[in-house]
Design a protein around this ligand. Structure first.
Ligand SMILES: Nc1ncnc2c1ncn2[C@@H]1O[C@H](COP(=O)(O)OP(=O)(O)OP(=O)(O)O)[C@@H](O)[C@H]1O
Length: 642
């Protein structure tokens, strides 16, 4: 982190630690403490929601499991915090792993329902298992001991502050590491993620486990903070609030989590006091009005877009003065405010503030906190010298049948791909070319037949295992990780070069640092190779189409493949882009990589392919040198009809 961005953080930390000296009312200290504890939980929830893109309504239950692990261990065995804290993390992580299982099968609203059911079941179990949890009576826990003496409220507050700072550092390191990139990749394109050797299955489970670990940590601290736990606390309403906090504060933001936690803790309190509510409603109205005026003056928005939210916040301010008592309206106002934020600020308050600042200041801010290193010209885009035994058979497709119901998308197809060559696969639309790619990369398991890569069958292997064994691919419909920058896309392809584990990432140990430096240098070399070095920090979804195709090739190369499958790489490209594509393909071939190239542009096929196979209605109808195939009657017939 740069010293400039470190300074406000340091001031905030000093301010936080000195709070007990200035605020003598323990109620307010307790409120801040609750915000900090919720923030720890939200850091974990943000991994699942913001980074992996899954909906979890099971985090209140995980929070409860953390609290009850501490409570039970203290109540039954009198264990101290230095035992209950790690135990809460471990036990809750195990439950997080269990919660991940449905996430492997279902997504979206179905996952929300399953996690909600997990929450309900957990709450019922805590309630019913009186022999362990004391049931509805709850458990009393004193503040933890510090050198044999119970901690004071201020000392415990400082402990929570320290844990929060550590949690913030660890989460920040996790999400900026290869692990965080894997989480984001599987959110943006699970199929491409698997084909980059990053197992979606594995990283979804890891995300839930880590996320649950933070929930367990927060739950344990909460038990000591409240000094009393009972099953009612950990209900589904709290689960919804946690989810709202992540969305309102802002996904993928440490500051967003703090803000989200503050909102869900303070907003209900704020709505208890009519005078305080009037002040806040008026302040919000003024801030939004000034912001809207600035945005209109700079022409970054239109009157139509600001009209409704502006009318909403001004209406709320006027309404606050019209009210005599707030108690009857609390829930309605709470719901209305949430609706405004969730509907109009879809990237949360922090996300909105960032983009507002960018548009007003006319700046583009690199939000990822990652650098595009200088290009080190000594680093090659290719890392290993390939097996140069040109002419060996690298891939054998043996009588492959791929049936979808009654449709034979591939009907007993044989292929033999020679090492170091470019093998074209052509055919009219719907002839089975992409299906063949999907069979070769493990996305489809063939109904019959075999695929041998370097003499070994790949049938039944997962896509990520096949990718790691040396087969990389691009997709007919570009499958980049859209919310990630160009360099991060390549770094996902370089995931296999990282051997460092979670502890090494959390502590930023030398092996992890070295691996990161090497990967960044290699990623920059790859970007340079495809002419994208100036776009390293640009989000992939913002790149022009031609550059997206080049980026996909560079990402596939990051896997260090022996065999590269390109599915219609020239589709939608302009003539200069196609020329550049041909240059890239030839250069990659010169480095010893074998290609299978699906392409409709015949000039591309004719100019680079050594051999061409033609499919029609799932069957191979011709094979040979490009010129021979072009002159083949069956091929002409397939393309042009009688
Ligand atoms: N998952 C699937 N389920 C059912 N049918 C499928 C599936 N995948 C492909 N098919 C069918 O298999 C046939 C071959 O499709 P495929 O996409 O492999 O053709 P293609 O040669 O790549 O065509 P194009 O050049 O248009 O991409 C088509 O009839 C297609 O509808």
């Amino acid at each position: 982190m740069k010293s400039k961005s470190l300074l406000p953080l340091l001031i905030a930390i000093v301010g936080l630690f000195s709070l007990p000296f200035f605020i003598t009312n323990p109620y307010y200290i307790h409120l801040v403490e609750t915000i900090l504890i919720y923030t720890i939980l939200l850091y974990g929830l943000d991994i699942v929601v913001g980074y992996v893109g899954q909906v979890s309504l099971g985090h209140a239950a995980l929070f409860g499991i953390g609290s009850y692990t501490a409570g039970v261990l203290f109540f039954h065995f009198g264990l101290p915090i230095w035992v209950t804290l790690p135990a809460s993390i471990v036990v809750t992580s195990i439950f997080g792993g269990i919660l991940a299982l449905p996430a492997l099968k279902v997504i979206g609203p179905y996952l929300a329902m399953v996690t909600l059911a997990f929450g309900t079941i957990t709450q019922i179990l805590i309630n019913e298992m009186t022999w362990l949890t004391e049931g509805p009576l709850g458990i009393k826990i004193p503040k933890p001991d510090l050198m044999g003496v119970p901690m004071s409220k201020a000392e415990f507050f400082w402990l929570v502050c320290i844990v929060l700072i550590l949690a913030m550092i660890v989460v920040d390191r996790f999400v900026k590491s290869q692990m965080g990139r894997a989480f984001e990749a599987l959110r943006d394109s699970p199929v491409a993620c698997d084909c980059m050797g990053v197992s979606v299955y594995r990283y979804k489970v890891i995300a839930f486990v880590i996320s649950a670990g933070f929930a367990g940590l927060a739950g344990c601290l909460y038990a000591y903070s409240e000094q009393y736990i009972s099953p009612n606390t950990y209900n589904n309403e709290l689960a919804v609030l946690f989810l709202l906090a992540v969305i309102m504060g802002g996904r993928k933001s440490r500051l967003g989590s703090i803000l989200g936690a503050a909102i869900i803790v303070l907003l209900p309190k704020l709505l208890d006091d009519i005078n305080l509510f009037r002040i806040v409603a008026t302040t919000i109205a003024v801030v939004v009005a000034v912001g809207a005026a600035m945005a209109l003056a700079k022409k970054v928005t239109t009157p139509k877009r600001v009209m409704v939210p502006l009318a909403g916040v001004i209406g709320l301010a006027v309404f606050s003065f019209w009210l005599d008592r707030i108690s009857d309206w609390r829930l309605s106002i709470f719901g209305f405010m949430i609706l405004l934020v969730v509907y109009y600020l879809q990237n949360g308050i922090v996300g909105f503030a960032k983009s507002f600042y960018q548009s007003i200041a006319g700046k583009t801010v690199t939000t990822r906190g990652e650098k595009a290193d200088e290009i080190d010209d000594s680093v090659s885009f290719i890392s290993t010298v390939k097996n140069q035994n040109t002419g060996d058979e690298i891939l054998k497709v043996d009588s492959v049948l791929m049936q979808f119901g009654g449709l034979k998308a591939l009907n007993n197809v044989d292929l033999s791909i020679k090492r170091g060559t470019i093998h074209g696969l052509i055919g009219p639309n719907g002839s089975g070319k992409s299906t063949m790619m999907n069979v070769l990369t493990g996305i489809y398991i063939p109904t019959a037949g075999n695929v041998l890569y370097a003499g070994e069958s790949v049938v039944g292997k997962t896509s990520s295992d096949i990718a790691l064994s040396g087969i990389a691919r691009t997709f007919q419909n570009v499958q980049l990780f859209g919310e990630m920058t160009a360099i991060q896309n390549i770094l996902v392809g370089l995931h296999h070069t990282f051997k460092s584990n979670m502890v090494e990432i959390a502590l930023n140990l030398p092996r992890y640092k070295k691996e990161s430096q090497e990967a960044y240098a290699r990623a920059m070399a790859l970007l340079k190779f495809v002419g994208l070095e100036d776009f390293a920090n640009e989000e992939a979804r913002n790149l022009p189409y031609g550059k997206q195709r080049s980026l996909e090739i560079a990402r596939a190369l990051a896997l260090d493949p022996e065999l590269l499958l390109l599915d219609e790489p020239a589709a939608g490209l302009t003539a200069p882009d196609i020329k550049e594509l041909l240059r890239i393909i030839r250069k990659i071939r010169d480095s010893g990589i074998t290609f299978i190239l699906i392409e409709h542009h015949m000039d591309v096929v004719m100019s680079v392919c050594d051999t061409v196979s033609v499919l029609d209605f799932g069957q191979k109808i011709a094979e040979g040198k490009p010129a021979e195939v072009q002159a083949d009657e069956k091929v002409i017939h397939a393309y042009l009809g009688t």
